[in-house]
Structure formats: structure tokens, C-alpha cells
Design a protein around this ligand. Structure first.
Ligand SMILES: Cc1cc2nc3c(=O)[nH]c(=O)nc-3n(C[C@H](O)[C@H](O)[C@H](O)COP(=O)(O)OP(=O)(O)OC[C@H]3O[C@@H](n4cnc5c(N)ncnc54)[C@H](O)[C@@H]3O)c2cc1C
Length: 360
């Protein structure tokens, strides 16, 4: 009976990060289970260049030192020269994380369950095979939950006429002020004629693809982009609630990625945090470490409850952006804001609804 050093359940960005960061320099034999064909996955992960992301600088696809937040009437431009906004593609992350010294055995089968036996686990897959490993790194997560907010989006990668986009400035949030729903456009201009144009909604339910496509088309027409070639699409759901699994009483079970609590629910940013989480686990003897600080989590919770119970149309985000400079804004988004920035954030928010949520 072969017992692997560890089993990774799910080869999304966090499962891949475990292979690279925790076992990449070893000669261990690791087994990974993935239910989908990850070669078909391609999307971009955005983040601001924090210190913990610097080791991955050479696989960054593009950096932007300026970004905008606004609507039809107002546009705030932020800049940060030390901590630009960056993207890494899933394909590149996958290639980087699979180039390791260790031996990785990948099984394209869903895991049904795993059971602790003495000092190892028996892992059972859907085709009824059994495998054994000393440790479990589990990244399966629930993306939707009744009554909870989710961030859902659909984007198209397009090619357009030369010099259409300003490739030095990205549109982080362009709010379109829909009725009863928070919607914004997210534009990543990779070059003067190539961009990812994405429609994003914060609500409790996912929409049909045609809904986001209509918003994308409206936005393109408003910006005089009539002719374009669609190269690919990306879509996703990110939970805007805290993961329940985070902590496992079994010291050899590690919950990772969104399941491990890496997502910052108020913004949907998870990629750089799930990497930070694995880096923290590498330096810890425990199977659980908290990526987000207590005060950040508390502020996130209040903000999400505010979004749930109020008809926010983006104005709070625009107010927030206008009260912060680029460095303050990115520090808030990356969970690194100081007390002064936190006070500025609280000051930017609508007072009464926030006080109500605080005391709930
Ligand atoms: C299209 C898209 C764009 C995003 N963009 C950003 C961004 O710009 N910035 C950012 O910070 N975050 C972004 N996110 C959010 C977050 O970074 C991603 O959701 C990320 O993929 C989370 O990684 P993960 O490893 O936790 O989970 P997942 O990526 O969901 O990986 C889990 C894996 O487990 C597999 N799996 C599930 N059940 C089983 C099973 N029973 N057996 C075997 N395998 C199983 C799944 O198929 C999946 O591949 C984005 C998300 C999506 C979907």
C-alpha cells in the first residue's frame, strides 16, 4: 500500500500553490485530485503588488500604476508606483506551480470522502478507487449559500481597432447604476487594442450570460467601440461570506484557498491571499492560520451586511475612493491599511446604515 506524503484536493490556484510552495523543493511524492480538466481553465487574477507577492513578479502578465473608480459623472484616478495592480493568468500560475522537484501524481477524479486511519488518510474517489496520504490539503468550497451575497461576473477578451484603449490605466470599477442591483464594469487594457471587459454584480443570485453580455455591449457602445473580435470569455462566482470550514480539528487536514478563509469577502479578492495563506502555513506548526486580521474581518462583515440590507449603487465605493489616495486604497484592498486609513474608510461610509449594522 503506497502512502503519499500529502493529498491535494482540487488543483485550483490554492492546490497548485501547495504543490509549489510547500513541496516544490522536496523529493516527496504528492497526489492531487481534480474533478475538471484544468487545461481548459484560463482567467486572470488581479492583485496589488504586496511584499508577499514579490517572489512571483516574473510571472506577472501586466502591471498598471493607475486605476480608476467612478460612474458616468465622476471618475477618481488613483496611482501607486510602489504597489501597482498586477495580473497573473491561471495558465501561467499552473505552469509555474507544476515546475517542481517533487513528484506529483494527478488523478482526474472527484474525491467523494477521506477517512483518518491511524496516522494517514484513506481517500475515496468517485470511481471507487482508494488512495492513501499522510496529510490532506482540501480546497473544495461552497460558492453560493441561500440568502448570502455573491460576486458574479462574466467577461470577454476582445481585440479592437488600434489605439482604442489607454493601456496604462485600468478601470477597476465603473458603476452603471442599475435598479436594485450593484453592477460595475471592470476593464483590463492589456494593450492599445486588447482588453478584458467584464460585467460584475454583487447580489444574491447569478444571472444568465445574456444579462452580462447586454451590459458589456452597452458599455462598449457608450465608449464608441462598435466593432470587436471576441477571443475568449471568463466567468465566475466568488462568495461574499466567510468560509465555514476554515479550521479542522484534525491537525493533518489543511483547508486551503477560499475554503481556508483566504477570500476577502467584501471585495472578492482571493488570489494573493490564498498564496499568503500557504506561505503562512509553511512557517507555522498549526493547520490553521488566519489570513485576515480581526479588525479587517469585522469591517468586512459590517460592509457586507450593509450591502445586503441597503440599495447600494456604487456611491459608497466612489466616496471611499475619493477620500483615499492610491496607496491608501491599495493598502485597504490588500488588508494592510493602518489606523488612519481605516478611520478615513469609516468616515467615507453612510453613517446611519453603518451604525445600525455595527450594533447588529
Ligand atoms: C474567473 C475568476 C476570476 C477571478 N479573478 C480574481 C481576481 O482577479 N483576483 C482575485 O483575487 N481573485 C479572483 N478570483 C477569486 C479567486 O481567486 C478564485 O476563485 C480562485 O480560483 C480560488 O482558488 P481556490 O483554489 O480556493 O478554489 P478553486 O479555484 O475553486 O479550486 C478548487 C478546485 O477543486 C476542484 N474540486 C472541487 N471539488 C472537488 C472534488 N470533490 N474532487 C476533486 N476536485 C474537486 C475544482 O474543480 C477546482 O478546480 C476569481 C475567480 C474566478 C472564478
Amino acid at each position: 500500500m503506497k502512502i503519499y506524503k500529502a493529498a491535494i484536493i482540487g488543483l485550483g490556484p490554492s492546490g497548485l500553490a501547495v504543490n509549489k510552495i510547500l513541496f516544490g523543493d522536496s523529493s516527496n511524492e504528492i497526489i492531487a485530485f481534480e474533478k475538471e480538466d484544468i487545461n481548459n481553465r484560463d482567467n486572470f487574477f488581479g492583485f496589488w503588488l504586496t511584499d508577499w507577492m514579490k517572489p512571483f513578479e516574473n510571472i506577472i502578465e501586466k502591471k498598471w500604476f493607475k486605476w480608476t473608480i467612478g460612474d458616468r459623472n465622476k471618475k477618481i484616478t488613483h496611482s501607486s508606483f510602489d504597489k501597482p495592480y498586477c495580473v497573473i493568468s491561471f495558465k501561467r500560475w499552473k505552469k509555474y506551480c507544476l515546475e517542481t522537484k517533487n513528484i506529483l501524481d494527478v488523478k482526474n477524479e472527484p474525491v467523494i470522502q477521506y477517512i483518518p486511519i491511524e496516522n494517514y488518510f484513506k481517500i475515496i474517489t468517485a470511481d471507487n478507487n482508494e488512495y492513501y496520504a499522510e496529510k490532506i490539503y482540501d480546497s473544495r468550497s461552497i460558492k453560493e449559500k441561500k440568502g448570502e451575497m455573491i460576486q458574479h461576473f462574466f467577461g470577454v477578451n476582445i481585440t479592437v481597432a488600434d489605439n482604442t484603449f489607454n493601456e496604462n490605466k485600468l478601470t477597476l470599477m465603473h458603476f452603471t447604476k442599475e435598479q436594485n442591483v450593484l453592477h460595475f464594469m471592470y476593464i483590463l487594457p492589456f494593450s492599445h487594442n486588447k482588453a478584458l471587459v467584464e460585467s460584475t454584480v454583487f447580489s444574491k443570485q447569478v444571472y444568465k450570460n445574456s444579462w452580462y453580455r447586454d451590459k458589456i455591449n452597452e458599455y462598449l457602445i457608450q465608449n464608441n467601440i462598435i466593432e470587436f473580435k471576441e477571443r475568449s470569455t471568463e466567468k465566475g462566482i466568488i462568495p461574499m461570506f466567510f468560509a465555514e470550514e476554515k479550521y479542522s480539528p484534525n491537525p493533518n487536514i489543511f483547508n486551503i484557498g477560499i475554503r481556508g478563509g483566504a477570500c476577502k469577502p467584501s471585495t472578492g479578492y482571493a488570489f494573493s491571499f490564498l498564496i499568503k495563506h500557504i506561505q503562512l502555513l509553511k512557517n507555522s506548526k498549526k493547520n490553521y492560520v488566519s489570513v485576515h486580521k480581526f479588525l479587517e474581518r469585522r469591517m468586512d462583515k459590517i460592509f457586507i451586511n450593509f450591502l445586503k440590507n441597503n440599495n447600494e449603487n456604487g456611491q459608497s465605493f466612489i466616496n471611499l475612493a475619493s477620500n483615499l489616495d492610491g496607496n491608501e486604497f491599495q493598502s485597504f484592498m490588500m488588508g494592510e491599511s493602518n489606523l488612519l486609513t481605516k478611520l478615513k474608510i469609516i468616515k467615507s461610509m453612510p453613517k446611519l446604515p453603518f451604525i445600525k449594522e455595527f450594533f447588529k
